[in-house]
Design a protein around this ligand. Structure first.
Ligand SMILES: C[S@@+](CC[C@H](N)C(=O)[O-])C[C@H]1O[C@@H](n2cnc3c(N)ncnc32)[C@H](O)[C@@H]1O
Length: 255
């Protein structure tokens, strides 16, 4: 029953705890400090319903959203068209894609770097390396597992108007040598008196911090810039104990 991503409206409510204006402020802070090029075009990988598209358009960035799921893209396109006709959407796999033109800044949010194995992880960075201009940044939210556990369960509730969504996210390790986890997302929705349940299950290869640094150091197209806790650049991760929503920034090596 892989249905969560086919129901963008409920997915959007489930993850509406984010402050997208503050998050776009952080993009701009990171760009100002570390990008070697001016930024006007931005690419979101695994864009889903494109939560940041309206705020990015308001600040005059040209947005490209890439996702595998047609329902998410359609929902995102409708939202973008309401604010700006310049946004583009690509139906493609983030582990192997090519864009017609390179962008100035790329980002992937909420742990959406969806590589199922090491080959796909490497191919993902090859694809992003091709898509990003020299000197541009790649911003990753919650994609490196700093506090891994073999099993986890998290649950929270959000509401919009009359719609209530209880979300449960579960992960468990299925292949320790390959670092592959099975992850599931369940939405229990109360909408207009009706109860509905949606579930999405997928496998993902986790990336641990020191292998991430080694992976990037072994590549000639990216350099590591830094990582910070909780979208806060005053909190570098050195010796941080409680890590939540860590961000990581890479730069496409200058020509
Ligand atoms: C957790 S959602 C995140 C959506 C959005 N970025 C956000 O911040 O709310 C993950 C998205 O990644 C997409 N996705 C999963 N695997 C993908 C792949 N291999 N290539 C492109 N998109 C993928 C899913 O369709 C889904 O829309």
């Amino acid at each position: 029953m892989n249905e969560v991503y086919k129901n963008p409206k409920y997915y959007e409510i489930a993850f509406s705890f984010r402050d997208v204006v503050a998050e776009v402020d952080v993009f701009e802070q990171v760009i100002e400090q570390y990008s070697r090029i001016p930024v006007s075009t931005v690419l979101e990988l695994g864009c889903g319903h494109a939560p940041h598209v309206a705020e990015l358009a308001r600040r005059k960035y040209q947005y490209i959203g890439l996702d595998l799921n047609p329902a998410m893209l359609e929902y995102a396109r409708d939202k973008a068209n309401a604010v700006d006709a310049l946004s583009q959407f690509e139906l493609a796999d983030m582990t192997d894609f090519r864009l017609a033109e390179q962008v100035d800044f790329a980002f992937v949010l909420l742990g959406s770097l969806q590589a199922r194995n090491t080959a796909e992880l490497v191919s993902h960075f090859d694809s992003v390396g091709r898509a990003l201009k020299h000197g541009g940044l790649y911003f990753l939210d919650w994609c490196v597992a700093f506090s891994p556990s073999n099993q986890s369960v998290e649950s929270w509730e959000m509401a919009r108007g009359q719609v209530k969504v209880k979300t449960t996210s579960q992960t468990h390790l299925i292949d320790p040598a390959e670092q592959i986890f099975e992850e599931s997302l369940t939405l229990e929705v109360e909408d207009g008196g009706a109860m509905k349940v949606f579930r999405e299950t997928f496998t993902a290869r986790q990336v641990y911090p020191q292998e991430f640094l080694l992976l990037i150091a072994a590549r000639s197209d990216f350099e590591f810039v830094g990582w910070w806790n909780n979208w806060d650049m005053s909190q570098p991760l050195d010796k941080t104990r409680e890590i939540s929503r860590p961000i990581t920034v890479l730069r496409r090596v200058c020509a």
